[in-house]
Design a protein around this ligand. Sequence first.
Ligand SMILES: [Zn+2]
Length: 126
Amino acid sequence: MRLARGAPRGGQETMVTDGAVRERLLARRAELQARAQRVRADLQRQNEALSPDFAEQATQRENDDVLGAIELSAKEELEQISRAILRLDRGEYGYCTRCGAEIDAERLEAVPHAERCAACARAARR
Ligand SMILES: [Zn+2]
């Protein structure tokens, strides 16, 4: 008996995972956008309700800094995700943007928007 499966697509199996990766990236992007929006709303609320008490104001400003940092990291990740989606569109996804080597599947599993292979990422951190 023959299974009603499509013809094997030689070398095309990455297309299947591309769709899954894209979905993950889009979901993560939506999540980050929602978070950035919440943070922005928080910041706005705090600025509007700045306490007349100086000590209290200092605490609020510190909170603002923390929120600002969260927003910044969300923004950075959003940009990385946008670039990853772009690379998917171009068929360049999964390759190191620095040296062109294939990025570890494990690494992509953990960080779907990874732009560099582990070696290049390590080198950049130094
Ligand atoms: Zn590399």
